[in-house]
Design a protein around this ligand. Structure first.
Ligand SMILES: Cc1cc2nc3c(=O)[nH]c(=O)nc-3n(C[C@H](O)[C@H](O)[C@H](O)COP(=O)(O)OP(=O)(O)OC[C@H]3O[C@@H](n4cnc5c(N)ncnc54)[C@H](O)[C@@H]3O)c2cc1C
Length: 275
């Protein structure tokens, strides 16, 4: 398959056909790219696996990153769509604040993750889009539109896969910083996992099931310090897990949310390339 200058998705599952990849460094430049192009779509950190982000022309906001702005009274932070969750998590933690949820990878762009309803886990924690209180986007005719949660259009735009315009900034709900620990439990029988799924999934801040569908089943439990978790979890805690550089600590040691909530630190591809 022939391809354009935008290369491939991160997982190399799709080669972009766009003729141009724009990298504007100002809002004026971005509006010019959009109004002079035929079909222009935003490209985030390329972690979708399909042709979803492809178009005649692509625009990356990686040169449009600005410092986040914290509004402690409103409990929200205003960020650039191109910022990564990992960078925002460290920035917030340093100031005593946190996000309620993160996905498995810390380096995906906030704009791309929100536009595709990227999720973490935890029954009460919502997807990453659920934290959006307002967003600013540049529409196809170059207008800058700011939509907040008093505007009924927000619900239609927040998970619009980049089809409504290029999102430049978002305001996200924040909570006071908290501490977490991760524990992994080996579960001998699948039946033990599924006999009361609602109770299991609500037994801690975040509960994830990993299985090979045969005879190996694991629970990854994230507990928040101060929360009353279910006293017993099915299975036996694995205490001899190696701490590798690719995953966040999961031997039950308490630490800041920013170093525990995303299970992965980075994912190294077979080529040795880091995202
Ligand atoms: C190893 C790996 C692990 C993953 N883990 C998870 C996970 O735990 N949970 C989960 O739910 N998903 C997961 N995903 C999927 C990933 O989170 C989504 O594909 C997400 O969209 C990635 O964001 P991105 O910035 O890379 O988006 P891209 O792939 O670059 O773009 C996705 C879509 O968002 C649009 N978009 C991007 N930026 C903007 C913008 N500024 N304005 C408007 N539209 C925009 C694009 O046009 C496109 O339609 C994983 C993917 C990989 C490869």
């Amino acid at each position: 398959m022939s391809g354009g200058p935008a290369g491939t998705t991160w997982a190399e599952t799709y080669r972009f056909t766009a003729s141009t990849l724009h990298r504007p460094s100002s809002m004026g430049e971005l509006r010019g790219v959009i109004t002079s192009g035929t079909r222009v779509r935003a490209l985030g950190t390329r972690h979708s696996f399909t042709d979803l982000a492809d178009s005649a022309e692509l625009v990356s906001l990686e040169r449009l990153i600005i410092e986040p702005v914290l509004d402690a009274d409103r409990r929200e932070v205003r960020v650039s769509a191109a910022m990564s969750y990992g960078a925002l998590a460290a920035w917030l933690e340093h100031r005593g604040w946190a996000l309620q949820n993160l996905a498995s990878l810390p380096h995906i762009s906030i704009g791309g993750a929100v536009m595709t309803a990227t999720h973490g886990s935890g029954l009460a924690n919502g997807s990453l889009s659920a934290a959006v209180r307002a967003l600013e986007l540049v529409t196809g005719d170059g207008q800058i539109l700011r939509i907040d949660d008093t505007d009924p259009r927000l619900a239609g735009v927040v998970v619009s896969l980049g089809a409504v315009g290029v999102v430049t900034r978002l305001s996200l709900a924040i909570v006071p910083s908290y501490r977490l620990r991760q524990q992994t439990f080996a579960v001998a029988r699948w039946a033990d996992l599924v006999h009361d799924v609602p109770a299991l999934m609500s037994s801690a801040y975040s509960v994830s099931i990993f299985t090979d569908w045969l005879d190996r089943h694991e629970l990854l439990i994230k507990s928040r310090e101060g929360d009353a978790d279910a006293a017993d979890h099915v299975g036996s805690a694995l205490t001899d897990l190696p701490d590798t550089e690719n995953v966040t600590p999961r031997r039950g040691v308490w630490g800041p949310w920013s170093e525990r909530l995303a299970p992965a630190v980075k994912v190294v591809k077979h080529s040795g390339q880091v995202p």
